[in-house]
Design a protein around this ligand. Structure first.
Ligand code: ARG
Length: 455
């Protein structure tokens, strides 16, 4: 039986009920649904709506339902419209007619919003731990690859030499902001809808503050209409997944390039690479490509939910039933993606020699200009002078290192043979010892800072 059959003469068309039933999606909310119902039964007793013995019967009956769910002996019925129906139906089978008292003063509207928030809050905790673990791997990489120098790019053209450790940590800080966002959205989700009933608030004298505390929410929602309609927490979660996905995708894209024969900066471990059915030599970075590909999926899920929400008048509309699959899909994908990416990163090997060889000496042009600046030449002039040096070297098929001093001096008399010592990759990196810069000692401090941020 449905929870609403009273006013109907005929049952729901069978195909319509396939469309209507959300059980395949929301059955995973059973734990939250049962926990919420147990707290609701206690709140009803505290309000004098049911007796404490009745509440005890309901709480124990729900506990038995939970055990069936956990041991996978729970028999779902075709008629179970959603997880709320299934739990109440089974409860009533177990404890008898008194099971029918559970839903007093409650609606599935405040029930589902409560369950979903509880689920999201615990999923956020799990994902936070997964991101934390990935961040630790990035710190380890920074420590392992501490002094490895590679080309830094802007416009994807070689710009200045940087430390690989600095590059790894750049992704650490991005993820740190993602975690802040996750924690903040989870805090905002910790507002309890229960007691809002269908839309206008329950008629029974429920202490919603005590109920919120009992369920681990920070406060009860201050407006029942808002509480029923609000799916901001789901949208925020999907935005978190989309932005985190975009961040992971950007890192993956760089790693894919660095793993090509042309770059050869890194080599992916076999356990995280795949082969080709046709070309025997292939070792493909599928995990990184999937990381990049999943970003599109996350963005799509966010766009989908926002589109679903945009035209909805308050309070509950059945459209809202579409909220869960998007969030579950995003969370499930992240729960696999994050540890796989961690595996890719922790097992790849770095070819420090290749990283170094790939650096064109022209990336030291800024250092050469700074060298002139140290000799009192205004930077704007130094920039122009070094530009001419780069052009001359290029014309002669030479580079900044091999261009003879006589040529340098033709362009500017301030050049002496000391210029060649300015043209060192290590010196270039270490001159960037400003807070946040790529100098070796600065990055060492950054590693400590990153560790502290996680503690
Ligand atoms: N399965 C529904 C959902 O997920 C539960 C709420 C149903 N409420 C209603 N008024 N039909 O949205």
């Amino acid at each position: 039986m449905t929870l609403w059959s009273g006013r109907f003469r005929a049952g729901l068309n069978s195909l319509a009920s396939v469309l209507n039933n959300s059980l395949p999606v929301d059955r995973r909310l059973y734990k939250e649904d049962i926990r919420g119902s147990q707290a609701w039964a206690q709140a009803l007793a505290a309000a004098g709506v049911i007796t404490s013995t009745e509440a005890e019967t309901l709480v124990n009956g729900l506990q038995a339902v939970l055990e069936e769910m956990e041991s996978e002996t729970f028999q779902f019925s075709e008629k179970d419209e959603d997880i709320h129906t299934a739990v109440e139906r089974r409860l009533t089978e177990l404890v008898g007619a008194i099971g029918g008292k559970l839903h007093t003063g409650r609606s599935r509207n405040d029930q589902v919003a409560t369950d979903f928030r509880l689920w999201l809050i615990s999923a956020a905790l799990r994902l936070d731990a997964a991101v934390d673990s990935l961040q630790k791997t990035l710190i380890q990489r920074a420590e392992t690859d501490l002094a490895v120098i590679l080309p830094g790019y802007t416009h994807f053209q070689q710009a200045q030499p940087i430390l690989l450790s600095h590059w790894w940590l750049s992704h650490f800080w991005t993820l740190q902001r993602d975690r802040e966002r996750l924690r903040q959205l989870s805090e905002r989700a910790a507002v309890m809808p229960l007691g809002s009933a269908a839309l206008a608030g329950t008629t029974f004298p429920i202490d919603r503050f005590a109920l919120a505390k009992n369920l681990g929410f920070s406060v009860p929602s201050p407006n029942s209409l808002d509480a029923i309609s609000d799916r901001d927490f789901a949208a925020e979660f999907l935005f978190w997944a989309a932005l985190t996905g975009v961040h992971l995708s950007r890192m993956a894209e760089a790693l894919i390039l660095y793993s090509t024969v042309e770059y050869g900066f890194i080599n992916m471990a076999d356990e995280f690479s795949t082969g080709s059915s046709l070309m025997p030599q292939k070792k493909n970075p599928d995990m990184l490509e999937l990381t990049r590909g999943k970003a599109g999926q996350f963005i799509g899920l966010l766009t989908g939910l926002l589109t679903t929400l945009k035209g909805l008048p308050s309070a509950y509309d059945k459209d809202l039933q579409e909220d869960k699959s998007a969030v579950f899909e995003a969370a499930d994908t992240m729960e696999v993606l994050l540890p796989v990416l961690e595996g890719v990163i922790s097992t790849l090997t770095v070819n420090a020699e290749r990283c170094r060889q790939a650096i064109h000496p022209a990336v030291l042009a800024t250092d050469l200009a700074d060298h002139l600046v140290a000799r009192g030449i205004p930077f704007r002039e130094a920039h122009e002078v070094v530009g001419k040096v780069v052009r001359l070297a290029e014309e002669k098929g030479l580079d900044l290192m091999t261009l003879p001093l006589s040529d340098y001096r033709l362009i500017h008399p301030a050049f002496t043979d000391e210029l060649y010592s300015a043209l060192s990759l290590e010196a270039s990196v270490n001159r960037r010892s400003v807070y946040g810069g790529t100098a070796l000692n600065t990055v060492k401090e950054q590693v400590d800072l990153a560790k502290k941020a996680l503690a």
